[in-house]
Design a protein. Structure first.
Length: 248
């Protein structure tokens, strides 16, 4: 299935439109085949996510700083951070589960796509304010997790959000029911940034702080102790784009 982009898009689109009756075990197997987190494929199919697949309760300010500092890493550094998160110990006795707060706060989503985006953010422990710089205003992000109505701007909005979610543009566009223009590219971040955020889902607040320090060490970024809402963004150098370059 992974060898055909068309079949892959059809599978994701079908799951989003009528996947609620799909057996969770089959969804788990399909998630492995597609290379998509199980928690994400469950919400695409409209199924609940077990608590064990969701992040623990974490400090929102730490999450915000963590996301920002990781976004300064280039691709080799992001890959090293994925390995680093995997090396951190998992607590033998996890803390009591705390349901991550809904990204839209008091305004629940009114459309299926908005609810999906909310759930994908929640799967990573993100609220709107914890996301790294995306080139989108807070009001636009709030609108996306409230209605995400069709508009001339929706493709660019999805392209901005896909990277931190760890989703490729064709996959996210498939579940959103949007045609994927071949020339469209991530706005600021590609899915490799989101792979770090996905790998960090089990981490505690203290481990997020440790990982943020490792990100600074790798990127040689100086921590000035102040919040600066700007990311480097290495989407233009994404290794995926090397496949598009003409061969001489």
């Amino acid at each position: 299935m992974g060898g055909s982009g068309e079949v892959r898009s059809d599978v994701l689109s079908s799951l989003f439109s009528r996947g609620a009756g799909t057996d969770p075990r089959h969804l788990g197997e399909l998630a492995v085949e597609l290379g998509i987190p199980v928690a994400d494929l469950l919400v695409v199919a409209g199924r609940p996510v077990p608590a064990g697949l969701l992040p623990p309760g974490r400090d929102a300010k730490v999450m915000k700083q963590f996301a920002h500092r990781v976004s300064h890493c280039d691709h080799s550094q992001l890959a090293a951070l994925v390995d680093f998160t995997g090396s951190l110990p998992r607590p033998a006795a996890p803390e009591p589960f705390v349901e991550p707060r809904w990204p839209g706060k008091s305004r629940p989503p009114e459309t299926r796509l908005a609810a999906l985006l909310c759930a994908l953010l929640r799967n990573r422990g993100f609220g709107i304010r914890e996301l790294p710089f995306l080139g989108l205003s807070l009001s636009t992000l709030r609108s996306m997790v409230w209605r995400c109505d069709p508009s001339p701007h929706r493709q660019q909005q999805l392209a901005a959000l896909a990277g931190p979610l760890g989703w490729t543009l064709p996959d996210l566009f498939a579940v959103a029911g949007e045609p994927y223009p071949e020339g469209l590219r991530p706005v600021v971040h590609c899915h490799h940034l989101g792979q770090v955020f996905t790998a960090a889902v089990p981490l505690t607040t203290a481990q997020l702080i440790e990982t943020a320090r490792e990100a600074d060490r790798l990127s040689l970024r100086e921590d000035r102790g102040t919040w600066q809402p700007v990311s480097e963004g290495f989407a233009e150098q994404c290794p995926d784009r090397s496949e598009e370059l003409p061969t001489k």
